[in-house]
Design a binder for this molecule. Structure first.
Ligand SMILES: [Zn+2]
Length: 109
């Protein structure tokens, strides 16, 4: 059997407000900074920070430790609806244009 490689299309977009639903950052929310659709992982502003050592570069820059966002699995987050909170994305059509809506209350996402 040949395993077909499927390209997953994600409904989430950059700048979406999402809430982490599992793991150590559970319950926190933030905006999506970046999406890696090949790996199915996203970076969320200010969340899942990890310490990273910086090597000194050149003469004027000192080495040290900084904190950066580490990616989280896309399945561990839910989009946040401004009306009713974490929800799932549904689709609707508005004058032939496909729009993303909240599946619970129909609010535009
Ligand atoms: Zn809603």
């Amino acid at each position: 059997m040949v395993k077909k490689k499927q390209r997953t299309k994600y409904k989430l977009k950059k700048n979406d407000l999402v809430k982490i639903i599992t793991g150590k950052e559970k319950g926190k929310s933030g905006r999506i900074l970046d999406i890696d659709s090949r790996k199915g992982r996203i970076m969320i502003e200010g969340l899942n920070m990890v310490k990273k050592a910086i090597r000194p570069k050149g003469q004027n820059q000192k080495g040290g430790i900084t904190e950066i966002e580490a990616s989280v699995d896309i399945s561990n987050v839910m989009i946040v609806c401004k009306k009713c909170g974490p929800t799932r994305i549904g689709y609707s059509f508005e004058s032939d244009k496909k729009i993303r809506v909240c599946r619970k209350c129909g609010e535009l996402l």
